[in-house]
Write a new protein. Structure first.
Length: 175
């Protein structure tokens, strides 16, 4: 049997890829009934779940926890990560965030514009981190950082400084 993955707030493309292409056993959770319905239409095992209120134990046990492109959308991201840590002690998790410290975003600030990290509306993101800010957040929550996976704007420039030239990061952590 393949590893079991719990995907939070990403009941779409990421889990579909893991399920179909990689043959992982996945379950997706999201607070949105519409997102869950769309995921089920694709054949993804998904359910409506509120990470701040519902009991993670009812979901079962998992080998890996993923939370991609979610934390920047919730004002109390630290609480969410703490709840996940408490529910899945010693498991490996992957959290992704956009990099507000990228040179691109810094240049926008210098030109009097806020970093553009949204698709439909600027209110989509309510939290912003740089690489060091998120490392500090993990440390303050006593979540052990295993590895940072960089998503570069430009691969050759990323060798100079990942904090300046990555558009986002995936943090592999031990809860």
């Amino acid at each position: 049997m393949a590893d079991i993955i719990l995907g939070m707030g990403e009941v779409g493309e990421t889990l579909f890829d893991l399920l179909v292409d990689r043959k992982f056993d996945c379950i997706g959770i999201d607070f949105s009934k519409r997102a869950v319905s769309l995921a089920k239409d694709k054949g993804i095992n998904a359910e409506v779940f509120d990470i701040f209120k519902d009991d993670f134990k009812k979901l079962g046990d998992f080998d890996y926890i993923t939370m991609f492109e979610v934390l920047e959308h919730i004002p109390n991201a630290e609480e969410a990560m703490s709840r996940i840590k408490d529910a899945f002690k010693s498991k490996t998790a992957f959290f992704s965030i956009p990099n507000s410290g990228s040179l691109y975003d810094r240049m926008r600030l210098l030109r009097g514009r806020f970093p553009k990290q949204w698709v439909v509306h600027p209110s989509e993101h309510v939290r912003f981190w740089t690489l060091n800010d998120f490392k500090f957040t993990l440390s303050s929550l006593d979540i052990k950082l295993v590895k940072v996976h960089e998503i570069p704007h430009n691969h050759s420039l990323n060798r100079i400084s990942s904090s300046l030239f990555s558009q986002s990061f995936i943090f592999e952590v031990k809860l």
